[in-house]
Design a protein around this ligand. Structure first.
Ligand SMILES: [Zn+2]
Ligand SMILES: [Zn+2]
Length: 344
């Protein structure tokens, strides 16, 4: 069985990987689709992000869907042939954070394709994987490509829950990569009345408009584009900062109204903050990291046709073509979500 290992920056290799044993509560999945995420790109481009570095070869990938190929003796509710979205979130269930009801903050989290712990947690870009039945969410009413979007959609749904009530809210999204675009879809579903999307590429902004943003602003070509929203002390209720870029956050803060909420999703290292404005406008800064229970919600919302992620899936490559896939994903002027097809 082949898996895609990152050995370091710009060093991806398709190598053999041993199959894992099937326990009584496990399911063997024949992988169909896997989406390339920003974190996979960080490992590919730089060998890590922030203080997280690859210290040993690691299989990439955590946005996956496949077909049930074999079920353990004690598994119920899953049938061979079912299409399932596989949640990469594997909290321990026993630590203090799990007991507090914060499984995404689990002290012993084993999230696929993460170099945060050592030994690293191996990922899911492989032809077959053995998972716990509880990670599998039946998605027979979706295409494999849509099912593989459940993971990034869960990230956006978690962020919307962190934001609190969005009914009637004016929402600003900075950074319209896949997560920003999914945040637009999730915020709209949660009742946002006006959604303003900011990015520095027109391709991303065109997609933002396509998925429902009411206003799109290019702050590269027009650095003062947000000025009309900064009237008085600002007019925006909630900011979803999805770029991880300090200038995007700093540039958005004047547009936030007093007691507005900043939900920070973008992760690319530390940034400095305009603390005077945050303090004087009594802004609330909230982090948003991964998800857990939102995964089932993501599959449900897509299945019911309440969130349509299809426009975001712009490219698909055969597994062997992984290098072209990663290089395409790196090009924000043409790609939104690039997926690998393991069965191609
Ligand atoms: Zn991801
Ligand atoms: Zn735990």
């Amino acid at each position: 069985m082949k898996a895609l290992f990152a050995h370091g920056a710009k060093d991806l290799r398709l190598s053999d990987c041993a199959a894992e044993a099937l326990g009584p509560t496990d399911v063997r999945i024949r992988m169909e689709r896997g989406g390339i995420c920003g974190s996979d790109l960080h490992y590919f481009n730089h060998g890590g992000f922030g203080t997280v570095r690859l210290k040993e070869p690691m299989v990439l990938g955590h946005e996956v869907a496949g077909r049930v190929a074999e079920v353990g003796a004690d598994v119920t509710g899953l049938t061979v042939g079912d299409l399932v979205a596989v949640s990469p979130s594997r909290p321990c269930g026993g630590c203090v954070e799990c007991h507090r009801g914060l499984p995404n903050e689990c002290l012993n989290m084993r999230f696929y394709g993460s170099a945060m712990p050592f030994p690293h947690i191996q990922g899911a870009f492989r032809e077959e994987i053995t998972v716990m039945a509880s990670q599998c969410h039946v998605a027979n009413d979706l295409t494999p490509a849509e099912a593989a979007m459940a993971e990034p959609l869960s990230v956006a749904l978690h962020a919307v829950r962190r934001a609190g009530n969005l009914m009637g809210a004016k929402v600003l999204v900075t950074g319209c990569g896949p997560i920003g675009l999914l945040a637009i879809l999730a915020a709209r579903r949660a009742g946002a009345a006006q959604i303003i999307a900011v990015d520095i590429t027109d391709t991303s902004l065109a997609m933002a408009a396509k998925v429902g943003a009411d206003v799109t602003l290019n702050t590269m070509t027009n650095p003062n584009a947000l000025a009309p929203f900064a009237m008085g002390k600002g007019t925006v209720d909630v900011l979803f900062e999805c770029s991880g870029a300090a200038p995007a956050l700093a540039g958005a803060i004047p547009a936030l109204r007093p007691r507005g909420v900043i939900v920070q999703l973008g992760l690319s290292g530390d940034m400095s903050l305009p603390m005077m404005q945050i303090t004087a406008k009594e802004l609330e800064l909230r982090g948003s990291f991964r998800f857990h229970e939102e995964f089932a919600v993501a599959v449900k919302l897509m299945g019911a046709g309440l969130i349509d992620v299809k426009p975001l899936i712009t490219h698909e490559f055969a597994f062997d073509d992984f290098l072209t896939a990663f290089e395409t994903a790196n090009d924000r002027t043409q790609a939104i979500k690039v997926q690998l097809a393991f069965d191609a």
